[in-house]
Write a protein that binds this ligand. Sequence first.
Ligand code: SF4
Length: 346
Amino acid sequence: MNDSSLVANAADFRAQLIDWYDQSARDLPWRSHPSLYKTVVSEFMLQQTQVKTVLPYFHNWLQVFPGFEALASASEEAVVKQWEGLGYYSRARNLHKLARIVSDLDSIPTDAKSWLALPGIGPYAAAAVCSIAFSDPSAVVDGNVVRILSRLVADRSEYKTTTDAAKTYQSLATALLNHARPGDHNQAMMELGATLCQKQKPQCLLCPVQSLCQARAQGIETAIPRFNKTKAVKQTVERAWIVSPKGVLLYRIPQTASRMKGLHEIPSLEALNLKTPRTSPLIVRQRSITKYRITERFHEISADKAFNGDLPDHFLWANPDSIASLTFSGPHRKWITELIDLVSEK
Ligand code: SF4
């Protein structure tokens, strides 16, 4: 990787980037009338999630939990319910813990190093929050920034993961940081990655730093950055759609589970100790979680075939009213609505 010419032109890079940002930045709700709380909430929500998905969640969140104190005094159940559908639920739990800690502090730390000690805060979030809220001179490096920087220097190296590449690019990002406006500089990098320097079709003709981009000059921008290919792992989950006069059978993920504890799902046949029926499933749906490509098959099963007597632990019957108030993992709420409509049409 040859980054010396880019560092030599750092002043031009900063100026071109910030001018473009001042003219072109999208009007996002955490940017207008900014506050530490809005910055923190938006950074948690935006991890692994696109802006357009986050917008309605951010709006509703601010209505229900308008500040750290309101969030700190809410129950974990209410916080996770508000997060329903946004995925990666540990973010909601960590944000809740962080609000409780911050609410108890006499003075809130203003540097990225201190923020790293708070729940759910890694190097990226610490730099983003502290540069935006406190003008701390910390450079953010995430997938977007890796993509921009690796293209600017035409880096053909192959990386294992984005985290590995981010470590490599931290020093270059720091060397390029605009110390007069670190928060805006970081947001400009994120904005450039999200709107112009995109993965598939970078819009180089509109790019403010095109003249400094070595990958563009060599015509190899879409081939960079390079990552080891992770092999997709296929999985099939067989699920039971069981309805009785008491409602739909659901499974509540135990509190001892490492992921998605307390959330509800349509139960798997495995959890019920049932064999896969020979009949065709009611519906089949696909989804992807990280490297997993999962086929979900939903079988209609009669309640008396599933149980002899009481419900096993962690299972419950949910009527339509209680379904509305429960919190579901992944797309289960959507599937439940689909299955209720499908079965009622039969
Ligand atoms: S010129 Fe193209 S590839 Fe280079 S930084 Fe700009 S958008 Fe990305």
